[in-house]
Design a protein. Structure first.
Lengths: 143, 65
């Protein structure tokens, strides 16, 4: 499978995951039941994370099979710097979330158990990490 | 920084992937070095020069700003 076909397959899977989520919400609303938003959003988030992880692992495996190293002198500092940025960005997110959480609960917008906030924190850190990796891969690590 | 890696690769009929594999780095690293967006370590520059049967100062051209 060439690069374009693989990218198309990846997009199809992402769209399918989102479509299933939307269909589930439409069906649940249609039957008059309450939509369990926390469950739906977590399901979509986890499914997309799994798809992304599988894609990354498959690409890495192919590169290793083709004789390329897992990392080198350019990619190592990029990974470290992306981790550093993601860690601090997610700390700011946690700080912001801890200020917003009481407001959300007071107005009964959303009430999440601490464990779910923990999962959201990890997911946000992962997204920051991927975003930082993409930016640093293009721009390079600043001195 | 400008490089003559592309020119030397063509001379020995090597693709970026071939060169990357011979040196033991990722393909993107060669791409970024060729485009002058990444300055390699002295060791990597030396390894590239060795594979391309050249010297570091022949491959990497530093220009004054």
């Amino acid at each position: 499978m060439d690069e374009k076909a693989r990218f198309r397959a990846f997009l199809v899977v992402i769209v399918a995951v989102l479509a299933v989520g939307v269909l589930y919400i439409v069906y649940t609303v249609g039957t008059g039941a309450d939509v369990p938003w926390t469950f739906v959003s977590l399901l979509i988030l986890v499914s997309m994370a799994i798809v992304l992880l599988v894609a990354v692992v498959v690409k890495k495996r192919q590169e290793l099979k083709a004789g390329f190293p897992g990392e080198d002198e350019r990619s190592r500092p990029i990974r470290w710097r992306a981790g550093y940025w993601a860690y601090f960005a997610s700390l700011y997110f946690l700080f912001f979330a801890s200020m917003v959480q009481p407001l959300l609960e007071d107005h009964q917008v959303v009430s999440l158990p601490t464990a779910v906030w923990g999962m959201i924190y990890v997911a946000v850190m992962g997204m920051f990490f991927l975003a930082a990796l993409a930016v640093l891969n293009r721009k390079g690590v600043p001195a | 920084m400008r490089t003559r890696i592309k020119e030397f690769r063509a001379r020995y009929d090597l693709t970026q992937e071939d060169l990357a594999r011979k040196i033991g780095v990722r393909r993107e690293t060669i791409l970024f070095i060729e485009n002058g967006k990444y300055i390699p370590s002295l060791k990597l520059a030396h390894d590239i020069a060795k594979v391309l049967k050249s010297s570091v100062d022949e491959l990497f051209l530093f220009e004054k700003d």
